[in-house]
Design a protein around this ligand. Structure first.
Ligand code: ZN
Length: 182
């Protein structure tokens, strides 16, 4: 992610050989669907687990955790931060779709480590409106994982908060390191 509120020039509708990147994705979907067979599963995650992770492009959650189609709910945002909207998704995940366990994954080299709440001020200066959301930047990734675990564990909306574990994914080694909640 960019560390400036400014939009980089030429970033819209990037051309990649033939067509836009979205055209390329739609073409890939055609090939995917051609080989796809209906797995016949319902929407309840097989492993009864919801994973909350950063949106970082270097983190391939399914590959990194050995997850298969239908195994889990995946909730991602910048930083893997437990925002109100993440709590909304987790609440639906648990109460409507039967998940019980929650795995939180931050990672090394996160873009949020190089941002500050000043980002909101820069946005306000640029567009004349201060965003309602916090940037949720952080300096210490372990502490941020602990805070995320705490937000989940203390949510009144969740029914299962006994199996909540937090990790830092190393983007260079591919290894997860568990964060002690204490
Ligand atoms: Zn990140």
């Amino acid at each position: 992610m960019t560390t400036s509120a400014a939009v980089p020039a030429g970033s819209e509708g990037a051309i990649t050989g033939k067509g836009t990147v979205t055209d390329r994705l739609v073409e890939a979907n055609g090939r995917y669907a051609a080989a796809f067979t209906d797995p016949g599963m319902d929407a309840h995650p097989v492993l009864h687990v919801a994973v909350v992770a950063c949106m970082d492009a270097r983190l391939d959650l399914h590959a990194a955790l050995g997850l298969e189609l239908g195994d889990c709910h995946t909730i991602r945002n910048a930083g893997g931060v437990v925002t109100d909207d993440v709590i909304r998704s987790l609440t639906i995940s648990q109460r409507a779709l039967g998940t019980r366990s929650i795995v939180l994954i931050h990672h090394t080299g996160c873009g949020l480590e190089s941002l500050t709440e000043e980002f909101r001020h820069e946005l306000e200066m640029e567009v004349g409106q201060r965003p309602a959301w916090a940037v949720e930047s952080f300096r210490d990734v372990d502490q941020d994982v602990r805070q995320s675990m705490q937000r989940v564990r203390t949510s009144p909306f969740l029914v299962h908060t006994d199996d909540v574990r937090g990790f830092v994914f190393d983007v260079r080694s591919g290894l997860l390191r568990e964060v002690d909640p204490a």
